[in-house]
Ligand binder design. Sequence first.
Ligand code: GLU
Ligand code: ZN
Length: 284
Amino acid sequence: MTADKPFITRFAPSPTGELHLGHVAHALCVWRVARELNATVLIRMEDHDRTRCRLEYERSILADLDWLGFMPDPVSRASLESSPSAFRQSDHPERYADAFAQLQRVTDVYGCTCTRTMMETSGPDGERRYPGTCRGMPLDREGRLVARARIPGEETLVEDLLRGPLLHQPQHDQGDVAVRDVFGQWTYQFCVVVDDMHDGVNLIVRGEDLAPSTGRQWLLARMLGRTEPFITAHHPLLYTADGRKLSKRDRSETVRAMRDKGMTAEEVIAAAERGGTQGVKGEK
Ligand code: GLU
Ligand code: ZN
């Protein structure tokens, strides 16, 4: 990373539910790292999954972020007030179609009809590895198919500010990457790489559950012509009292619910810093 290049990071929620405490803890991390490195924070709506994302969730996430005082780069924030927006994935299908065409020029992008159960579990986190069964198959095959891109079999190295160097073997651990799902939607892995490249993002701050995706994302990025490296900061996630990853299902932990209970923005932020509202309830 050249020292004269300013850092650009992003806060990129998927609007599949309301903002919850896990998001707030994540936002604290994004803005903290950004402050330290003097980085711009873009906001981007990752609504690639059209079956789960809703505009009303996007509205409510933006309103809650405003209320909490998280201020992203004003151009990206203002752009989300309108449609189309360059920062809302569903508004620019041509960006992904172009990237897909580029991928087809440099690697085998094939129609895969394999189901999850046909894959091997081998990755470091018990992740399923795709063994490459359908390589060379056309994209217009009969049946429900995923478009998969062949990735090179090399090791990747990405610098992580919190975890040190991330050394991955994506082909060995995960295999070829799905870029379009059975519903014809672009996958998270693909969209995030295309958008980070498009937006000039060179600092990726996100939850540690996504750390294992870093290597294959770098390989995809390179096949799409990216030459500028990025660095990452993968932070710990919030967990519920019974040890589950805090998610949108935990209704009581939504910012909306906390606001409705009369909590102030400062109290919600303090709860996220503590790692949950359990403490708050316990004190009463
Ligand atoms: N949209 C993703 C999420 O909500 C963000 C993924 C990323 O930061 O790479 O978890
Ligand atoms: Zn297959």
